[in-house]
Design a protein around this ligand. Structure first.
Ligand code: DC
Length: 684
């Protein structure tokens, strides 16, 4: 998860492999609400864990639903249609799939059983219209107060117990702004069908029908049999009652699948396909029809129940004209695919983009233009012509997960002949957490990059200069991988001890180093290391392990045996490598090389403090003597001696805090970045 201000994607050149997608947001939140309202307990499998589902879960908990996690499943014990809590304030973030249905459900429950509920969200939620839903509910007798702008959340719904709702006449709702208003009514009104069947009639052309189909399908699973006449009239039978289906599986998100379908169409060339698991030809989600649009642009797609495989077919992709009324969310991905087409792509029927997480037509136009595309936008359409000349761009994501995921596809620009290939900066990448918290990990897990395109920052320096801490902090800030090369030498020494290989047996040590079974991970206390499956985090940091590493690292065959392993750390999005010879021998072409120093006195002092904090007694003079001996050995050996690379920047951190050192390195890095011009305001 990249909780960082920006993520720089290097130019990417191919993709293949399998991705298992997280659960659908639309299905997850509908299932949660239905399970929360139903009688009995529902075991929900494969629920999406994201911002939007979290706010729904918080709301259900506040309303008194039972929620128990059991490993990957969630047991929801519903209210059985009876309010347990009559007064609550619910914060619903930016989740339309929570705001709209909860407003409707709580409005009718408060009106009939008595209660008072406030529903609010983030500022953007308060700009997303809800007027048409309010207008549909008020004639029933629901009391709804708009606490901010009329027609927008926050809202208060309230009522006294015992009221009857006026359900004899058909309930009218507009269908041409958001289908979520109809969905909200369909999900809420079965609660009040005791006296008669309820008819809902849609005014205007219903948009996003596939989402309404999901609603009807899931209502069926919970025992409500909606009768539908065309897309204009829906009837909820009298005595409708939510019944838990016992267990329910959430299928993977078809909208999330669109990024990987696009990935296959753009980048799965010449080898294995991109395989998507968790959603397939049997999907109940409308966005699965995105696959047809992708095919029209040139994707070669095979699919079956629960899986989709995509390869590049036609190249460049074919520009298309498409009415995307039915696949509004996934259609954003077509706008990104349009960057790789031979001609313009025109997407119409997308007025709803303007009232989503952001004004997606405006946002997409602005950001695609930054990359070099020619974009024409209108009230309900966008037309994108591919860049003639690609430009490295820092792309805003507007707190909109789909903007971030779509724009990441621009990193494949080398495949469109971008010369030079451009890195792409995604600002605020963590907004993908709304529906797909591990999106970038999944993308980069499939993507292939030319190692020469992957940025490396090397941080070399003597023992106890603080380079490990500095490297870890810089890597974290940039979302880059980390290579602690010293750990490889330390682990080689440790493995030698375990196997009884002498510290001067060069061939024996090199053999061990060549098959080092070392694994790195993260825990709450920082980085952790396993050697041959055994955790050695503490053992490796011992002074004795450092001394031994210093000895074995002087042997040329050992260094050679560890070279390939170190080079393999150069993976997208980038690498921060610390050691002695990162800038001189292993990554000589690294675009930023830092050589960290501190006086021996200062380093001995720091080591001493470190030992005290671990409760180990030590003597500063001895520590200093050890450090100096190790420096001397590391600097005087014949292969890869410790010395700054010619082009390294020296950082003496004797007087600097860790944060100050990090700030120096990040400032140097920013100066190397092609995005500086793109982000910094232009001087007058
Ligand atoms: O950085 P460290 O203290 O974990 O390194 C332990 C020893 O490993 C160090 O004294 C020299 C050796 N080493 C090396 O030779 N080359 C590297 N790139 C990293 C460490």
């Amino acid at each position: 998860m990249f909780d960082i201000p920006f993520l720089d994607l290097p130019p990417l050149r191919g993709a293949s492999g399998t991705v298992r997608l997280p659960g659908s947001k639309s299905i997850s939140n509908r299932v949660l609400l239905l399970a929360g309202l139903a009688e009995g307990t529902t075991v929900v499998h494969d629920l999406l864990d994201s911002d939007d589902t979290r706010v729904m879960l918080d709301a259900l908990r506040a309303l008194g639903c039972g929620l128990e996690r059991e490993g990957p499943t969630l047991r929801v014990t519903g209210l059985g249609g009876r309010l347990q809590v009559h007064d609550a304030k619910l914060f619903l973030g930016n989740a339309g799939t929570a705001m709209r249905p909860l407003t409707a459900a709580l409005a009718v429950l408060a009106a009939t059983q008595g209660g008072r509920f406030e529903l609010s969200g983030v500022p953007r939620m308060h700009e997303r219209p809800i007027r048409d839903l309010v207008a549909a509910l008020r004639p029933l007798g629901c009391t709804i107060d708009e606490l901010g702008e009329p027609g927008y959340p926050p809202l208060r719904v309230s009522g006294a117990p015992g009221s009857r709702l006026a359900t004899a006449q058909p309930i009218r709702v507009r269908g041409d702004v958001s289908s979520q208003f109809l969905t909200a009514l369909l999900l809420a009104l079965p609660l009040v069908t005791d006296e008669r069947a309820i008819v809902i009639e849609v005014d205007g052309e219903l948009i996003s029908k596939p989402y309404v189909e999901i609603t009807i399908n899931l209502l069926g699973r919970f025992g409500i049999d909606v009768r539908r006449d065309g897309w204009q009239r829906f009837t909820l039978p009298r005595h409708s009652r939510y019944r838990s289906p016992g267990a329910i599986h959430v299928e993977a998100d078809a909208s999330s699948a669109s990024y990987f379908v696009a990935l296959g169409a753009i980048a799965a060339h010449g080898g294995a396909p991109v395989r998507i698991e968790g959603v397939g030809s049997d999907s109940i989600q409308g966005d699965i029809r995105f696959v047809d649009a992708a095919r029209a642009m040139g994707a070669q797609v095979d699919s079956g129940p629960g899986w989709i495989e995509v390869r590049r077919g036609r190249w460049p992709l074919q520009g298309i004209a498409i009415d995307a009324l039915e696949i509004p969310d996934a259609a954003m991905t077509l706008a990104a695919m349009a960057l790789y087409a031979g001609g313009p792509t025109r997407i119409t029927g997308i007025a709803s983009w303007r009232v989503k997480e952001t004004d997606r037509i405006a946002a997409m136009s602005t950001e695609l233009r930054k990359l070099g595309a020619a974009v024409v936008e209108g009230p309900d359409f966008i037309e994108v012509a591919p860049p003639q000349r690609w430009t490295p761009a820092a792309l805003h994501t507007y707190d909109d997960h789909r903007m971030a995921m779509c724009l990441s596809l621009a990193a494949f620009n080398p495949l469109a002949g971008a010369a030079p290939p451009c890195p792409v900066r995604i600002l605020d990448p963590k907004c993908v957490a709304k529906t797909f918290p591990d999106y970038f990990e999944a993308l980069l897990g499939l993507a292939a990059a030319d190692p020469a395109d992957i940025p490396v920052i090397t941080i070399d320096g003597p023992t106890a200069s603080g380079k490990g801490t500095l490297a870890a902090a810089v890597a974290e800030r940039l979302g880059y991988h980390l290579l602690d090369s010293g750990a490889l030498y330390r682990a080689t020494g440790l493995a030698a001890q375990w196997d009884g290989v002498a510290p001067d047996d060069e061939a024996g040590l090199a053999r061990l180093a060549g098959v080092l079974d070392l694994r790195f991970g993260h825990g709450p206390e920082g980085s952790r290391t396993w050697l041959r499956g055994r955790e050695v985090s503490t053992e490796l940091r011992l002074e004795s392990a450092g001394q031994l590493a210093s000895r074995v690292s002087a042997l040329p065959a050992v260094r050679a045996a560890l070279t390939g392993l170190q080079l393999a750390f150069r993976r997208a999005p980038g690498l921060v490598a610390d050691g002695r010879d990162m800038g001189t021998a292993i990554f000589p072409t690294a675009p930023l090389k830092v050589y960290l120093t501190a006086s021996a006195a200062e380093r001995a002092e720091r080591r001493h403090k470190q030992f005290i904090s671990k409760g180990i007694s030590s003597n500063i003079a001895d520590l200093r003597a050890d450090l100096e001996a190790r420096d001397a050995r590391d600097s005087s050996r014949s292969v890869s001696p410790l010395r700054p690379a010619e082009d390294a920047l020296l950082l003496d951190n004797s007087q600097l805090s860790i944060d100050e050192s990090v700030a120096w390195v990040l400032a140097w890095w920013a100066r190397r970045s092609p995005f500086v011009r793109a982000v910094a305001p232009t001087a007058a």
